[in-house]
Ligand binder design. Structure first.
Ligand code: FAD
Length: 387
């Protein structure tokens, strides 16, 4: 018999989306979240058409559309000269090519839209301030309003639920960190474009910049080498040490160097990746989102993949008996997650290239038409999440 009730550990993008997707199939859920209140983590998110298609199916596209920006293009630029190497059209071109919009939005806006929809559903109960650490499946069931048929680990890159899945993926620090800076529109230099995503590439580092209308400023994410501050999304670099960040951008264009210097109290994230491993225990525990496949953000696909997982998992458990549903979910999702991870790693090498590789990259970007790059993304952005 398909499942009737699910315990979801983690109220991030994966957990909230799963609760919504299950509710649409008539399945109830209890979400168990460690935080006392759902607060904003990080700043911006790019939501590609494969992600916005899921948001449309979950019924929250219109609420978001009023607040997000749909950029006209993604521009790959030199961090040293600001020259645009190629420009991949988005906006109307994204809708007509991939069937859904490409958008940029503050994470808090997405989380709020998901949370509002979850709160309206009588089938979802959210339990805040309940940290699941070392809990058995039986302990988790005690937190729930209905005895769960299934436990879904949506508890992120440092997942505890993995411990209930023999052979589950393991997380490790990648050696890279992501620095987050939001620069108000009023303080931004004119060289930054308000209607597009700009990715500035340079040796050993890159900087992604896009406007967040809902935050009144530009979202900047700088990715460099760095050290691991441990399991936290709130590592802070004191003022004096921002020099260390600027050192990664020696030789970059002064406009960008100045921009990076604007961060008063810099926050950074350790970038971790999950290894390949089992996504379920064959009976009643399953992983999704970063707990299953945390990936480097070089393709901006982690949250998109979490939304896709949620949608496919809800499809599977509402149509198939449990062991088969879990196998079908993993078979449908794992090859794609692995391919996305490989593509992100490819982008890391391309974005951070130096020497002859950089010259080859720039030549290829100059010679290849933008439509060929758009075609490369068809398998990513044109994907339809369904079993
Ligand atoms: C710098 C950077 C930029 C990115 N940009 C993009 C982008 O542009 N587009 C994109 O698609 N993706 C992007 N990503 C990836 C994306 O942020 C993640 O893949 C996504 O947030 C994963 O969602 P999740 O719900 O699986 O995990 P999380 O968002 O980490 O949520 C996990 C939840 O579980 C809770 N939790 C954890 N442990 C426990 C516990 N023991 N008990 C109870 N609750 C627990 C946490 O408090 C949290 O609420 C980016 C990532 C980084 C680092």
């Amino acid at each position: 018999m398909p499942v009737q009730s699910v315990a979801i550990v983690g109220a991030g993008i994966a957990g909230l989306a799963l609760a919504l997707a299950l509710a649409r199939k008539g399945i109830s859920s209890d979400i168990i979240e460690q935080a006392d209140a759902l607060r904003e983590v990080g700043a911006g998110l790019q939501l590609s058409p494969n992600a916005t298609r899921v948001l449309a199916d979950l019924g929250i596209l219109e609420a978001l559309r009023a607040r997000w920006t749909e950029p006209v293009s993604i521009d790959l630029c030199s961090g040293l000269t600001l020259a645009t190497r190629t420009s991949i059209p988005l906006g109307k071109a994204a809708v007509s090519r991939w069937g859904a919009p490409y958008a940029v939005v503050h994470r808090a806006t997405l989380q709020r839209a998901l949370l509002d929809a979850v709160s309206e559903s009588p089938l979802v109960t959210l339990h805040l301030g309940r940290k699941n650490e070392g809990m058995s499946a039986a302990d988790i069931a005690l937190h729930c309003t209905h005895p769960p048929d299934l436990i879904a680990g949506a508890d992120g890159v440092w997942s505890q639920i993995r411990k209930l899945v023999p052979g589950a993926p393991k997380s490790s620090f990648s050696g890279n960190v992501a620095w987050r800076i939001v620069v108000p529109f009023t303080e931004a230099p004119p060289e930054l474009s308000r209607d597009r995503v700009s990715a500035f590439m340079g040796p050993g580092a890159h900087l992604v910049c896009y406007p967040l209308a809902d935050a009144g400023g530009f979202n900047l994410v700088a990715i460099t080498g760095g050290f691991d501050p441990g399991e936290t999304w709130d590592a802070r670099m004191e003022r004096g040490r921002t020099i260390a960040l600027r050192d990664h951008f020696g030789g970059w264009h002064p406009v960008l160097r100045q921009l990076i210097g604007k961060g008063e109290d810099l926050l950074y994230w350790p970038l971790c990746q999950a290894s390949d491993g089992a996504w379920h225990d064959g009976s009643r525990v399953v992983l999704l989102g970063d707990s299953a496949h945390a990936m480097m953000p070089f393709m901006a696909q982690g949250a998109a993949a979490a939304l896709e997982d949620a949608y496919v998992l809800a499809d599977a458990v509402s149509t198939l008996p449990l062991p088969r549903a879990l196998a079908a979910y993993e078979a449908r999702r794992k090859p794609r997650a692995n391919r996305l991870r490989q593509r992100a790693e490819f982008n890391r090498r391309i974005y951070h290239a130096s020497g002859p590789l950089r010259l080859g990259r720039d030549l290829a970007l100059a010679l290849r038409p933008a439509s060929a790059f758009a075609r490369d993304f068809d398998w990513i952005y044109g994907y339809r999440a369904a079993l």
